[in-house]
Design a binder for this molecule. Structure first.
Ligand SMILES: Cc1cc2nc3c(=O)[nH]c(=O)nc-3n(C[C@H](O)[C@H](O)[C@H](O)COP(=O)(O)OP(=O)(O)OC[C@H]3O[C@@H](n4cnc5c(N)ncnc54)[C@H](O)[C@@H]3O)c2cc1C
Length: 301
């Protein structure tokens, strides 16, 4: 593909690392996904913005990948450029009650930084294995908290290639939803507003929540966390269990025995097997309970 050749040349000129035909399964928590035609590793926000602007101008299909903990790539891979924010050199800054960080910063690292500075409010995110960018895109949440509660503003690249900043209230943040899933806008960095607390209190709460995760979630298997969103008035895992689907399996993709809300990869699961499990679960749950489960994981083909 000529456009990808041009993108490689651009990356060479800018000193941006990349690899051709890179298996995406190496970069997803599901351990699933065929090769990306080009896998780019920007080192900082300037390189990330440069790549995204080049792709937009030249019409190169592109996808920004954070920690890959909420995505399911197809077995055929991705015909275009996957741009990974993992490994970007990014500092955590801020003053007073605020923390600022780049999109590639892992949420766990951000939580530790908050604890270290005696700032509370982000404890809910400890143990969510994603990046700040992925967390904002998904409005990730757990244990009664969500990114929306702590986000003050986001700096992003818009569809014209302009860098803009918007306050959290204008980002369409809702249950596992944000404007970034609706528009071709890319998160560069964000500012969080937290609350003063003692470092010990924050650390203790984070450890408690992590222990609850370890107890309830099948962390011993690759997955992308909860496969389905919580339907209004019910819990996906409870509905799935109620329908007798715990352990339901297609090939190596299965509804977890430990937490029915998770589809896990028992070994060599393919994207198609995960999707088949998800389709069967959706159909059976709807037939038996009337609830239509919507997928939370992002399927990328
Ligand atoms: C074991 C496990 C437990 C989990 N627990 C939870 C939980 O408790 N709560 C919860 O909400 N989620 C949970 N998740 C899901 C996942 O960790 C979150 O959705 C997380 O926020 C995704 O971040 P990521 O960096 O991995 O994003 P990715 O999976 O890499 O990407 C997700 C989406 O975000 C987009 N994106 C990423 N970075 C950017 C950027 N800079 N600009 C624009 N778009 C971007 C991607 O294009 C993609 O569409 C869990 C997952 C696992 C595997």
């Amino acid at each position: 593909m000529d456009q990808l050749k041009e993108l490689r040349e651009f990356a060479d000129q800018q000193g941006i690392a990349y690899a051709a035909n890179e298996p995406l399964k190496k970069y997803t928590s599901f351990h699933i996904g065929g090769p990306a035609a080009l896998f780019c590793r920007p080192a900082d926000q300037a390189q990330l913005a440069g790549l995204l602007n080049f792709c937009r101008r030249q019409g190169v299909r592109s996808f920004v990948l954070g920690m890959g903990t909420n995505v399911l790539f197809s077995d055929e891979g991705y015909e275009g450029a996957v741009i990974s924010t993992r490994g970007m050199r990014e500092e955590i800054g801020g003053e007073g009650d605020c923390l600022t960080a780049g999109c590639g910063v892992p949420l766990n690292r951000l939580c530790q930084a908050a604890a270290g500075r005696g700032l509370g409010g982000l404890e809910f995110a400890y143990g969510i294995p994603g990046s700040l960018g992925g967390g904002i895109y998904m409005n990730a949440g757990a244990y009664g908290g969500e990114m929306k509660d702590v986000l003050e503003e986001v700096r992003f690249l818009d569809e014209e290639g302009c860098v803009r900043t918007l306050p959290a209230g204008e980002l369409g943040l809702g249950y596992r939803a944000s404007v970034f899933a609706q528009k071709p806008w890319y998160i560069l960095e964000a500012r969080l507003r937290l609350k003063p607390a003692t470092a010990d209190q924050v650390q203790k709460k984070m450890e408690e929540l992590l222990a609850r995760r370890k107890e309830k979630q099948p962390l011993e298997y690759p997955s992308a966390g909860s496969t389905f969103k919580r339907p209004e008035g019910a819990f996906a895992a409870a509905l799935i269990e109620q329908c007798g689907l715990k352990g339901y399996r297609v090939g190596d993709a299965a509804v977890s025995e430990k937490h029915s809300g998770f589809v896990v990869n028992l070994g060599q699961a393919t994207c198609e097997q995960v999707l088949q499990v998800a389709r069967d679960v959706q159909r059976i749950v709807q037939e038996k309970t009337g609830y239509l489960l919507e997928k939370e994981i992002r399927v990328i083909r």
